[in-house]
Design a protein around this ligand. Structure first.
Ligand code: NAD
Length: 252
């Protein structure tokens, strides 16, 4: 049943964002589906009974919020999900990759959240930022991405403190290994897939809907006293460092 509540999900034309859109629609949200690919935004919007608001999140954040308001008249939730990764060692990064990564992963989160704040505030709404486990643990050739996501986590904590008085909660989710286009080159290889799967204590690679269900919780009244958190949704992967410590009697 529709709740009448409206949520904007960025980068929702595929991957985790589309999973978030599907779960939120099932829970009664009207989903404004943003993506830089208009075709994919339209496709997912049609699938979830929502509205497509295509566009690059770095281009016109205020315009994006206005587009949602023009269609739906209100905004109760914002999910900053759009993200990109440019891989390479920190010593050898192309400045254009640095700018692009920070623009999509951090600057757009800052700008879009500020543009949404007055509307979320009048609706008693909430923001969920999709960060990453990489914000907590370094990743091979992913240092730039990790730094951008650590920025999102720090921003989330700060915004939660500043916006609590406005009645707006702000949280982040740190996905672990989720099968999407972002790393499909890895998951399409059955040997690599199995080697990665075996690292995860809960025994599986995550699905976009695993993230969507936690977003639904964080947007709901059940999370009314949760703000400023970075919740890792990784099947306990980030807790496994000490299991690699050699012990007396180990033969491997
Ligand atoms: N897949 C994972 O394992 C994983 C792990 C940790 C964090 N994340 C984060 O989750 C989020 C979603 O990742 P994903 O795996 O679904 O990636 P994906 O590449 O499969 O999907 C990202 C979507 O964002 C859109 N997008 C990219 N730039 C955009 C822009 N400037 N404006 C609007 N839309 C844009 C893309 O078109 C695409 O549809 C990202 O923030 C990513 O960093 C993913």
């Amino acid at each position: 049943m529709s709740s009448g509540k409206v949520v904007l999900v960025t980068g929702a034309g595929g991957g985790i964002g589309a999973g978030i859109a599907r779960v939120l629609a099932e829970r009664g949200w009207h989903v404004a589906v943003n993506d830089v690919s208009a075709e994919n935004a339209e496709k997912v919007a049609a699938e979830v009974g929502g509205t497509a608001v295509p566009g690059d999140v770095t281009a016109d954040p205020a315009g994006l919020v206005e587009a949602v308001l023009a269609i739906s008249g209100r905004l109760d939730g914002l999910v900053n999900n759009a993200g990109i990764i440019r891989r390479g060692p920190l010593s050898d990064l192309d400045p254009a990759d640095v700018d692009a990564t920070l623009a999509v992963n951090l600057r757009a989160v800052v700008a879009l959240s500020a543009a949404a704040l007055p509307h979320l505030s009048s609706a008693g709404g909430a923001v969920v930022n999709i960060a990453s486990m990489a914000a907590e643990v370094p990743q091979l050739n992913g240092g730039l991405y990790a730094a951008s996501k650590a920025g999102v986590v720090a921003y989330t904590r700060q915004a939660a403190v500043e916006w609590g008085a406005h009645g707006v909660r702000v949280n982040a989710i740190g996905p672990g290994m989720i099968r999407t286009e972002m790393a499909e080159a890895v998951y399409a290889d059955p040997v690599l897939y199995e080697r990665r799967r075996a690292l995860v204590p809960v025994g599986r690679i995550g699905a976009p809907e695993d993230i969507g269900r936690v977003v639904a919780f964080l947007l709901s009244d059940d999370a009314g006293y949760v703000s400023g958190q970075h919740i890792l949704v990784d099947g306990a992967l980030t807790q496994t460092l000490m299991r690699h410590f050699p012990q007396p009697g180990d033969t491997a």
